[in-house]
Design a protein around this ligand. Structure first.
Ligand SMILES: *[C@@H]1O[C@H](CO)[C@@H](O)[C@H](O)[C@H]1NC(C)=O
Length: 382
């Protein structure tokens, strides 16, 4: 009986050897904690006018939330009377102040500071809100003097320059800046009423000017769209008489790359040198089938440069596998030499095992070497 157990152990051992696989450990990532991010956002500081605007917005939300008063339902007439007094009551102000700045994340700290430092001004406005209906204007512009009305800038809230709709006024709506225009991309001039360098006028009437980017082949300026309208061609492009700029194929004649290890790829206006497959010594493109010559340790086989060492290893593995099968057959013969029918049954099992494992090997190509897999993942090839 123990002979059979030995045989089964032998079978199990070989099976595990054949199916043994290697798995790379997963890459781990680490992120900053959420709480730290939130804390940093709360402590973020805005410029004076922006922080005042944030405060006003929070106050207005408080106004909205307390609009219906505390009690709902009941006698409509009684409620209206009660609400009427509640609307401008100390009680409502206290309720608003309690929820002030709690609904914002960015700059929460700054909002609380404003609420604390200007408590008396806020109370004053609350009592005189009939006189000053616009809280923002009264508080941020006229009292704290950190903001200006729209289209005004600087200490004295002077009028902004006209930027023709193609730029913004520096300091617009705040007590800062110089009132000059900061033009949008592609626009130029004091009033942003001209096209910048690298742009051309694609539309113009009395009120609007539209500038569009010149074609990438143009050195700086152009008369219109496309490579045909360039004033001058950029490097990497050549001028054809009356036809415009055309891309130079740098890879055409003599490759500008190190031909021992790289191959040339042309692109618009330039070229790139990409690395050859590791099996190549000089190549015309990517992959082991594009080699000019095979690298040391590789040999040309079926139009591809094949790894000699891995091929030798594969040959060795096949050889040992057949030795294993032979060993199995001999073991069965020796163990069961006294009983023909037992030998026949186990011979059949061994035969079946060999056919099955060979079939499995045919349909499952050998896994890549683990080292190579990690390398490919690192280079983002998968
Ligand atoms: C200034 O800001 C207001 C909004 O606050 C905007 O409507 C206006 O177009 C801006 N003006 C300029 C010149 O940037």
């Amino acid at each position: 009986m123990h002979k059979i157990i030995i045989l089964i152990q032998y079978l199990l051992l070989t099976t595990t050897l054949v199916t043994c696989d290697f798995q790379a450990p997963p890459l781990s990532n680490s992120f900053g904690t959420k709480d730290e991010k939130l804390k940093a956002e709360k402590q973020q500081k805005f410029p004076p006018c922006k922080s005042c605007t944030v405060f006003i917005e929070s106050f207005k939300k408080g106004l909205e939330k307390t609009e219906r008063g505390k009690h709902e339902g009941g006698d409509a007439h009684w409620e209206e009377k009660k609400l009427g007094s509640y609307k401008t009551s100390e009680l409502r102000l206290v309720e608003i102040q309690e929820m002030l700045c709690t609904d914002i994340v960015r700059g929460e700290q700054q909002c609380h500071t404003i609420a604390e430092e200007h408590e008396s001004e806020i109370e004053y406005w609350w009592k005189h809100q009939e006189e000053f209906p616009d809280f923002f204007k009264w508080f941020c512009i006229d009292t704290l003097k950190v903001c200006c009305p729209p289209n005004r800038f600087g200490k004295d809230c002077l009028e902004c320059s006209d930027c023709s709709g193609n730029g913004v006024c520096k300091g617009n709506g705040t007590r800062k800046g110089n009132g000059k225009c900061k033009c949008d991309n592609g626009y130029d001039g004091v009033r942003c009423d001209a096209c910048g360098s690298g742009y051309y006028e694609s539309f113009k009437d009395e009120t609007t000017l539209l500038c569009s980017e010149c074609h990438i082949a143009c050195e700086s300026s152009c008369k219109g769209a496309g490579p045909r309208n360039c004033q001058k061609c950029k490097t990497g492009w050549f001028q054809k008489e009356n036809e415009g700029c055309f891309d130079i194929n740098e890879c055409m004649e003599k490759s500008p790359c190190n031909t021992k290890s790289h191959f040339c790829v042309n692109n618009e206006g330039s070229y790139a040198c990409l690395e050859c497959d590791k099996s190549c010594s000089g190549c015309e493109g990517d992959g082991p089938d594009m080699c000019k010559e095979c690298a040391y340790g590789y040999e040309l086989r079926d139009g591809m440069c094949a790894d000699l060492t891995s091929e030798k290893r594969d040959g060795y593995v096949t050889f040992t596998r057949y030795c294993l099968y032979l060993g199995l057959c001999i073991t069965v013969c020796i163990i069961f030499q006294n009983s023909t029918w037992l030998a026949a049954i186990f011979g059949l099992i061994v035969g079946l095992y060999i056919s099955l494992s060979e079939y499995w090997l045919k349909n499952n190509p050998t896994p890549k070497q683990p080292g190579q897999e990690i390398l490919e993942a690192a280079m983002g090839m998968n």
